[in-house]
Ligand binder design. Structure first.
Ligand SMILES: Cc1cc2nc3c(=O)[nH]c(=O)nc-3n(C[C@H](O)[C@H](O)[C@H](O)COP(=O)(O)O)c2cc1C
Length: 433
């Protein structure tokens, strides 16, 4: 197999068939690890091959957060490294020679496994390192670097996005990154241009963003995603012009495009060309056509398209510095009688506390650093804003989303996020502001 084919198409596999990895293939994989480069050719690694169900179960449950693919995989290899020499000779910052060498061996194993049709997963989620040593009777001076699961793949995952090259390559010397962001989690402290750049950069950083979990925190098979798409289906007609506001990763846009008979009628409004590039890459992964992209060119929101039948605006109003002007622009783009399918996170108990005590956590230190600024509103406030700007409610409900809750309740200081889902109808044009 050509090396680049393996590099680009290898994926982390988390579902394996029960069939064992044939011995000759397993030895080839181990041999590929053996031929990795290592510091001074010391090869200070040890591989423990585990196939027994009982042991895999113990490793997963007692040492590795219960990651069940470690049990499912017919074979796992626990890779240890020996850094006693480095620790003894340490002067100044450590270079971690042995760990680098072991990592190179793992990557060799992953690629060679792929070339022979074997799926793999590199797992670093080891909670109790010494427990792992004990389960495997490995001496305690050895450190586990990772557990690598191998087996015939039972899935063909889509590739998660990678950062664009120019975002991390530097020629000759380190180029100072231009962007600095406001030290505030409140959108009103951000300029729109800052928000635009922030969103266009942050979408490339793994985390919860990927094709299977495509909105900031709303996976494509989540309750809220399905609910929004079901609502959308009841509104949509094949000749409609549809505008999606700030698709970000393109999850909902993908749903909209899937239903559409004519992608030329679908518009996506974004703040930055980097965001558009990210969405295009994701749509390519889904093998979906591109919609028409509308790029905001101003330091305020300006949507140039008119005569739209449906606008979709999911979890964006609470993130922009000027929510009023976003609603104003949505009004301008819609036909009279046109609908907005709208979703927003409502203020929860902790938000009230924050407002009360004027707490404004630094977003770069906060655990939700990758979602940027956010200011949830109350239902009354949202409704007031829309009504003032020429809309009436067709239907409205609040939803408590399990997945949202599960994932984020812990992260965002125990907030219980409540989602407001509304269908708004445009009843009048509003005056130029
Ligand atoms: C050092 C390292 C640690 C990782 N740890 C885990 C892990 O504990 N659990 C897991 O499911 N995936 C783990 N992964 C896999 C990454 O999530 C995966 O490589 C990444 O999302 C890119 O996807 P791809 O491998 O399909 O290209 C790890 C990968 C590396 C390199």
């Amino acid at each position: 197999m050509e090396i680049f084919e393996a590099i680009f198409n290898r994926r982390s596999i988390r579902k394996f068939k029960p069939d064992p990895v044939p011995e000759d293939i397993l030895y080839k994989i181990l041999d590929a690890g053996r031929w990795a480069p290592s510091a001074c050719n010391r090869q200070l690694w040890e591989f423990v091959i585990v196939k027994e169900h009982k042991t895999k179960k113990r490793i997963a449950n007692e040492a590795c957060f219960g990651q069940k693919f470690l049990i499912e995989a017919p074979c796992i290899i626990v890779v240890f490294y020996d850094d006693r020499k480095e620790r003894r000779e340490e002067v100044g910052p450590r270079k971690h020679d042995s760990i680098q060498s072991a990592a190179a061996a793992i990557q060799n194993m992953l690629l060679s496994a792929y070339s022979m049709g074997i799926g793999s997963l590199w797992v670093c989620g080891i909670k109790k390192m010494l427990k792992l040593n004990d389960i495997l009777s490995a001496p305690r001076f050895l450190r586990p670097i990772a557990i690598v699961a191998f087996g015939y793949p039972k899935q063909k995952p889509l590739p998660p996005a990678r950062r664009p090259l120019e975002s991390f390559i530097h020629f000759e010397k380190f180029r100072k990154l231009k962007e600095t962001y406001p030290d505030s989690s409140f959108p009103q402290d951000w300029k729109l241009s800052e928000l635009a750049v922030f969103r266009s950069k942050i979408c490339w950083f793994g985390g919860v963003i990927g094709p299977d979990s495509i909105l900031e925190k709303c996976s494509m098979d989540s309750k809220i995603y399905n609910k929004l798409m079901d609502r959308y289906k009841t509104l949509y007609r094949s000749d409609f012009r549809v505008l999606d506001i700030m698709p970000y990763a393109g999850g909902f846009l993908a749903g909209i495009l899937r239903l559409s008979k004519n992608p030329k009628n679908i518009y996506a409004f974004e703040l930055h060309e980097g965001s558009i590039r990210f969405i295009k890459e994701n749509l390519k992964i889904f093998k979906l056509p591109e919609p028409n992209f509308i790029l905001n060119n101003e330091d305020h929101i300006l949507i140039s398209i008119k005569n739209v039948d449906i606008v979709t605006c999911f979890f964006r109003l609470e993130r922009v510095p000027q929510p009023e002007s976003l609603i104003y622009e949505m009004n301008k783009s819609l036909n009279i009688g046109g609908r907005i399918l709208f979703a927003s996170e409502l203020m929860g108990f902790i938000d009230y506390i924050k407002v009360l005590f004027k707490l404004n956590p630094n977003i770069h230190r906060s655990p939700n650093w990758n979602i940027g600024p956010i200011k949830r509103m109350t239902k009354t406030k949202v409704n007031k804003l829309f009504k003032e700007r020429g809309f009436k409610i067709i239907s409205q409900q609040t939803i408590k989303e399990n997945i949202l809750r599960k994932r984020f309740i812990k992260q965002i200081l125990g907030v219980e996020p409540i989602v407001l889902l509304t269908i708004w109808e445009k009843v009048r044009e509003i005056e130029e502001e």
